[in-house]
Design a protein around this ligand. Structure first.
Ligand code: GGG
Length: 351
């Protein structure tokens, strides 16, 4: 098979982790006889600062023909965060109907959790985050700007189509895993949208009688991701809650530098997009010390979803082997002093 993968390195450490990992993907694919072509798009905040747009007007049209998209990171100290997000990342998720965001949190063998008493294998859950609507809907406005009676309104949007899609994906994953799903809301306070979410959990859940459902409010869930992360298996949450919870999931499993994600177009009509959960990390950008593993694991998710399970498994095994090896290089986020390139070279040696 042959695949064309669009890459958007983006900002900050995004270009560092993407440029370090692409040769690894290319060589692995070539070794296994899989034809992969990466087409790079240099969009992001530098382009915004030079030309006033994060991507060209026809940017989404250009991406549409790709088999998948690999993104590095977006965010720049000189550009407001809502500009970078609404100028690049969110339009891709929305236009390509990437309704399902999958974000696994795994405490790998050999990785230290900040939580006392947890070792490799103790934490292993996946968050299904609704990805194209909810609290991220671009609906609202501001009036009377600068006056004492200034008002800002931001409306959340929960549709039956979007909510059912994320719930179905999460329930289906739960049947493949341990048969346990935790649904996160704030339905005690948000009596319209989140009670609707709860109702659909009941409705969709009836189709999956073997899945046990736990419901948690997001405040309790935030606490329990730290207090008892080992008890979670599949977690489903709205766009904003999923975003926040997956940062907690990443840090309790060792580092933001290990957390991958996939923004999935379930019907396969449009390309899905894979990206490390971490952002552009301007504090370490340019130093060559960003952890490339989240990008490698995002690549593994990409290959799995396009149908190249062999490539995905090889990357996953290489990462697991490297992390389990106390002599292997580690970037500073994992307590080491290795560079991005050192880690990729060690992964390549394992592959
Ligand atoms: N690598 C992804 C990235 O740059 N994320 C920045 C960010 O703030 N993302 C928000 C989101 O995932 O909704």
């Amino acid at each position: 098979m042959s695949y064309q993968i669009a890459t958007i390195p983006g900002d900050g450490i995004g270009p560092e982790v993407v440029s370090a990992t692409l040769p690894l993907f290319e060589r692995l694919a070539a070794d296994r006889g899989v034809d992969v072509e990466f087409v790079e798009y240099g969009w992001g905040s530098d382009r915004y600062l030079a030309e006033g747009r994060m991507m060209p007007e026809d940017g989404l049209d250009r991406l549409e023909g790709a088999d998948a998209i690999l993104l590095g990171a977006v965010g720049h100290p000189d550009v407001p965060d809502h500009v970078t997000l609404h100028g690049l990342l969110l339009p891709i998720r929305k236009r390509f109907d990437q309704q399902v965001c999958k974000r696994p949190s795994t405490l790998f063998e050999g990785v230290e959790s900040p939580l006392a008493g947890y070792t490799g294998g103790d934490v292993d859950f996946v968050v299904f985050r609704e990805n194209t609507e909810g609290e991220y809907a671009d609906v609202g406005g501001r009036e009377h700007v600068g006056f004492p009676h200034e008002v800002a309104i931001q409306t959340s949007v929960f549709t039956r189509r979007g909510t059912e899609a994320i719930l179905r994906a999460a329930f289906a994953a739960a049947t493949e895993r341990e048969g346990k799903l935790t649904s996160i809301t704030k339905s005690n306070a948000q009596g319209h949208s989140m009670v609707f979410w709860d109702d659909l959990v009941e409705e969709v859940g009836a189709e999956y009688p073997d899945v046990t459902v736990e419901r948690l409010l997001v405040d309790a869930a935030s606490m329990d991701f730290i207090r008892r992360p080992e008890e979670f298996d599949v977690v489903v949450a709205s766009n904003l809650f999923g975003d926040i919870l997956t940062d907690i999931g990443a840090i309790v499993t060792g580092s933001m530098g290990l957390a991958p994600s996939g923004n999935v177009n379930v019907e396969g009509e449009y390309p899905s997009m894979y990206e490390p959960v971490h952002g552009s990390a301007p504090d370490i950008a340019g130093q060559g010390i960003a952890n490339p593993i989240a990008t490698v694991l995002s690549g593994a998710m990409l290959f799995e979803d396009v149908g190249e399970a062999g490539l995905a498994a090889a990357l996953q095994e290489a990462v697991e082997g490297l992390l389990a090896d106390p002599e292997a290089p580690r970037t500073p986020d994992l307590g080491g002093s290795a560079s991005t390139g050192d880690v990729v070279a060690a992964l390549e040696a394992r592959l």
